[in-house]
Design a protein around this ligand. Sequence first.
Ligand SMILES: [Zn+2]
Length: 155
Amino acid sequence: MTPPVATLSAADRGLVDAARTAAGNSYSPFSHFPVGAALRLASEEIVTGTNVETASYGGTVCAERSALVAARSLKGQDLEIDSLAVVGTAPHLRSCPPCAICRNMIDELMSPDARVLFLFESVWTARSVKELVPFPFALDRTPARWWSRMFPRRH
Ligand SMILES: [Zn+2]
């Protein structure tokens, strides 16, 4: 059971609730670690995803990437994401930040200032994408692009 979300704004509570509901659709017979993710788009629409495991393990898809793929499938290049909430519903879970693979997709499909909400050490935590992924992997990440991303007002 995750701690109460009383410290979050009403909008963030709604996003966390949507992620928790999505976790109810998880297919996680191997890890028994259900996770849900919910994206609030700039249009105020909410798109959710859940983790789906496979017997091959390597084919497993996390909730965050499920939601991002669904949103990109719906909106294409017009996709604009305001916030992402991640909720794990395993008993006694204290932390559920996005994994490193998901962080890369978050970095590529969300803007640097978009927000990511997750539980960390039993505290609801919000970080910008650029805080969550300070040194992102990208094929075209030149030092100048990295600098302008980290300090956008200077350029
Ligand atoms: Zn992940």
